[in-house]
Design a binder for this molecule. Structure first.
Ligand code: SF4
Ligand code: SF4
Length: 189
């Protein structure tokens, strides 16, 4: 007869799978199971045409634990974090926070970005904010074009129009709060 507890000791404890919805909840505080697929979020999303699934379908995929599909999807990188979906959602699900959590999980788990040059764009944006304390479109897009495989002439006409209407300053200016911004970066390492 086995001594008390020896049966347990002779077996390794089973590895409990952490569901994607739980990981999202831990990072964002958002419960994707609250979504009842009314599609109000998708109806207002400004980048829905470029997405493969759209916000409501992505939430469903998270709830169904379709990890691979979700974490390799371009949608999580295309989301502009505009909060439109949050303001329209009858269940007050902050999808922007969900997308943010999914990006973090995708990076941690080593999934390549589902949208070409997405990592590069995010890195450049964060670097510009870190060094200037504010965004500077001309600097960011110029560097992006040089380092990405996007042809330099793409968007040239739109960029020129914005420049001529003085919507984009050529020389970058530093924010008065640049030291505070850099402190935030140091603390969030
Ligand atoms: S608006 Fe809210 S409840 Fe409706 S589909 Fe979108 S996330 Fe789900
Ligand atoms: S936060 Fe993202 S998913 Fe929601 S409406 Fe904006 S772009 Fe679309």
């Amino acid at each position: 007869m086995l001594a008390k507890g020896s049966e347990l000791k002779s077996h390794k404890l089973p590895i409990v799978k952490e569901y994607l919805a739980s990981r999202v909840f831990a990072l964002s505080g958002q419960n994707v199971h609250l979504c009842y697929q009314c599609q109000k979020c998708a109806a207002g999303c400004p980048v829905i045409d470029a997405m493969s699934f759209g916000p409501e379908q992505l939430l469903r995929l998270v709830a169904m634990d379709q990890e691979q599909v979700v974490l390799t999807s371009r949608d999580i990188w295309l989301c502009a974090g505009c909060y439109t979906c949050w303001t329209r959602c009858p269940n007050e699900i902050n999808i922007s926070a969900v997308m943010d959590a999914l990006r973090q999980i995708a990076i941690r788990d080593g999934y390549p970005a589902g949208e070409r040059d997405a990592f590069l764009f995010h890195r450049l944006f964060l670097n510009v904010i870190k060094y200037l304390g504010r965004s500077h479109e001309a600097l960011m897009l110029g560097t992006f074009k040089l380092r990405s495989r996007v042809p330099f002439v793409n968007d040239l006409q739109a960029g020129l129009g914005l420049f001529l209407r003085r919507k984009i300053p050529i020389l970058p200016g530093t924010s008065g709060a640049v030291k505070d911004v850099r402190r935030i970066y140091q603390r969030s390492r």
